[in-house]
Ligand binder design. Sequence first.
Ligand code: TRP
Length: 455
Amino acid sequence: MADKREKFGGRLAVILAMAGSAIGLGNIWRFPYMVGEHGGAAFVFVYIFATLLISLPVFLAEVMIGRRSHTNSRDAFARLSRQHPFWKAAGYLTILIPTLIACYYSVIGGWSVEYFIKSCGLAFVQMEPDEASGFFGAFVSSTWTPVIMHLLFLGVTVAVVAGGVKSGIEKFSKISLPVLFVLIIMILTYSVSLPGAGDGVRYLLHPDWSELTPRTFAYAMGQSFYSLSLGMGAIITYGSYVSKKENILATSTGTAVSDLMFAILAGFAIMPAVFAAGIEPGAGPGLIFQSIPYVFSKMGTTLPVVSSVVAILFFLAIIVAAMTSIISLVEVGVSFLVERAGMSRGRACLVLFLICGSFGVLCSLSFGPLAEMKVAGMTVFDLFDWVCSNILLLLMALLAVIFVGWVLPRRVVHDEFTNGGRLPFNERLFPVVYFLIKWVAPIAVVIIFFTNFML
Ligand code: TRP
């Protein structure tokens, strides 16, 4: 069975597919609002630090688990631990978590679809700048449109997943990421030139260390894992498609660095606009959706054609980036249902559509009719996000590094990291990486995990 698994076509294809999973709403939508809610530049610094020192080793650990076991994330732990009951149970978590994330991820995907449709009708270009930042509130609190958009977005995603790994995923990432990159640079250039934008740039560059609380660490770590698609089985599943000849250090570092770059650039594109428009940086999940119409409407006053084209392409690129990410979330569950429950790909996709569709509706309504329904002070949407990003993600990432650092024999880890001793650079780096995986990452993640409950 294992030998029939498809493989990616080469180094670039691996990085593109993994970057396709990593780069998504996490970078463009979530990162800026996390920065705004958790301390500006101080958060950015902690985030970069955490990504390089902790997330990258976790990433390597997950790729190793996937490639070594050559199977989906649930069976990977079981197979490599020779069916140990604890690791079998842990494997189930890796199916549950991405499915939970997909529920609310597709709500934000749906918002992007709505904004895309609106920009095709030139709505933002024609609005007054002040009116533009208010558009979001009216849209998100309405009942039907966000729900329909969420289901539409999820439906298309599931249809793509039904098409298979290679045809579905690889083609998508190749075009969307470079386009998105260019557009973000364009928006960034314009955004920093807006009157009042300087405060936004300063906000991102000059840390106010008094903002650095335990909370900053907890959310920065969660954001970093989230953004790299870690702790979920997504990278484990992708790892199982990586060929034995691939240098996993190169592919993992390539993915992590491009992901980091997209997040930072998105921050610099959005924050100056937030300050220019007089929006509160801690406005929450709506931050980019509140500030970006302002950018397009301002741009529209002098450059209407450019603004209309950039707006349309920007939302289209976000939709595609979001889709390549949510595909990797859905793929985890699908691959499990196909290989373990013997379902056809089509049916497995339908099951995921029904589950994520229903929970997603609740998340969507929590911005409007269900806004007052709170659990532990959080709306349904915030609760889903918090439980996934700050709790389950950390827990699963911890299990992955413990597994690679303490359960797998050192020889196996060495073998995976150096391709059986054939990669001299990796050979030299191995003791450092192994130390990070075995000691630094688990200890840091445990501390940060408990920080979440002491806030
Ligand atoms: N990393 C993606 C983003 O930044 C989201 C994502 C895709 C994800 N797959 C994941 C997050 C797996 C956690 C786990 O948008």
